[in-house]
Design a protein around this ligand. Structure first.
Ligand code: GCU
Ligand code: CA
Length: 395
């Protein structure tokens, strides 16, 4: 890490937005994001620094969390050695190059400049590569398979202008999904949807990377952490998309930091949050123990048979692995009967975890039907269920 300590508080994020607004009126100025030192410490338990979150991302970039089964291509070096990891529920990270994309509505002297980008601003204009920090992903599944052996954004709840944090040499910026690489069948062609490692002129400027579309870029060391789901789509025009992305930086650091702080993230697959379900009498959906994903977790009553019913969906009928993310801060395990659509599948043990803020996964294989299914977790002891955060259904 750089000796520069990047700590963005809400005030810091506002300062960043101001800095970048200034840069827009000085189109030629290369304005890296400010490394903000915090004058007054924010609450330690809810504010995460870029360095802390990046360390967590690296720690969770494990083989068990790898999403792609075939390697992606580094856009600059062409090495086939880039992987994508689910570092927390619905959050996907890769580290690669930054090649410079100068496409879109801003003029650029690059002879390869194209006037359009795949995604547009909220008024329908091609994105402005000199004003909007955006990253580039594959346009389609190169292998034409479902599920895709590579990371394919459409399979992971992502669409245009999806927010990402981008880290480089001690800096962090907010960025949006702006353009795509189209596919063809040449392993290392200029346009290959397996490529990862390209972003706009503005993203490069903000991160202090040479930003020329013909001579700029960096071969390695840029980490992109993408946040899926509609709530992470950034709206705005070319005039304010940069500011709108930067104000989300601290929110993203805090949400990801909290999700990763609680031990093991959910495994790969489709994650269904317990708080979308229903509880037997006396249960509550709580958020008083850190590290949960989504908006909370299920806390059933302490009683034999106390349960949470979690709705899940499966694309096709078949045997799927259900992985339950849970915590049990007591000194006794909390076994539970797992039922699918009312049919008991057996008892699954939920061993103790270090405390209620530490989350672990246990799994069981069950038959699911295509479409909607209900998973019941019903405690078999007088303690009821462990606290249940989510269930992940294997692909
Ligand atoms: C504590 C804890 C709850 C948990 C409960 C239990 O009250 O805060 O989250 O569900 O213990 O033992 O079930
Ligand atoms: Ca409980």
């Amino acid at each position: 890490m750089s000796p520069i300590r990047v700590r963005l508080t809400v005030a810091g994020a506002a300062a960043l937005a101001l800095t970048t607004t200034f840069a827009m009126t000085n189109a030629h100025a290369v304005t890296p994001p400010r490394a903000v030192t915090t004058p007054h410490a924010a609450p330690a338990d809810t504010t995460y620094t870029a360095a802390e979150v990046l360390a967590g991302v690296k720690k969770n970039s494990t083989a068990a969390n790898q999403v792609n089964t075939k390697p992606h291509i580094n856009t600059m070096t062409r090495a086939m050695n880039v992987n994508v990891y689910q570092v927390a529920s619905g959050v996907y990270a890769y580290t690669s190059s930054m090649a410079i994309d100068d496409d879109g509505s801003d003029p650029d002297p690059d002879p390869d400049h194209q006037g359009d980008t795949t995604w547009h601003d909220s008024s329908g204009k091609a994105l402005a590569a000199h004003h909007v920090p955006f990253y580039v992903l594959g346009d389609d599944c190169w292998d034409r398979k479902t599920p895709c052996p590579h990371f394919f954004y459409k399979e992971h709840g992502m669409s245009g202008r999806q927010f990402a944090l981008m880290f480089y040499k001690g800096k962090v910026i907010g960025s949006i999904f702006g353009d795509t690489q189209t596919a063809n069948n040449q392993t290392t062609s200029d346009n290959d949807s397996r490529e990862l490692g390209e972003a706009s002129v503005k993203a490069a400027q903000l991160l202090g990377i040479p930003s020329s579309g013909t001579t700029g870029g960096v071969d390695n060391g840029v980490t992109v952490v993408m946040f899926s789901g509609p709530s992470w789509v950034v709206n705005g025009t070319n005039a304010n998309l940069n500011a709108n992305a930067q104000v989300k930086v601290q929110q993203a650091l805090d949400s990801l930091g909290a999700a990763m702080a609680g031990g093991t993230p959910p495994p790969n697959g489709n994650v269904f949050e317990a708080e979308t379900g229903t509880l037997s009498a006396g249960g509550t959906f709580d958020s008083n123990h850190a590290g949960f994903t989504g908006t909370g977790f299920a806390n059933t009553a302490n009683a034999v048979g106390a349960y949470v019913d979690i709705p899940v969906t499966a694309a096709a009928a078949g045997t799927k692995t259900l992985s339950f993310r849970y915590s049990d801060g007591t000194t006794s395990a909390r076994p539970a009967t797992i039922s699918v659509n009312g049919a008991a599948q057996g008892t699954l043990n939920f061993p103790t975890t270090a405390n209620w803020d530490t989350w672990a996964n246990v799994s069981v294989a069950v038959p699911l039907k295509a479409g909607a299914n209900t998973i019941r977790v019903a405690g078999t002891t007088a303690a009821g269920d462990a606290n249940i955060d989510s269930v992940t259904v294997s692909p």
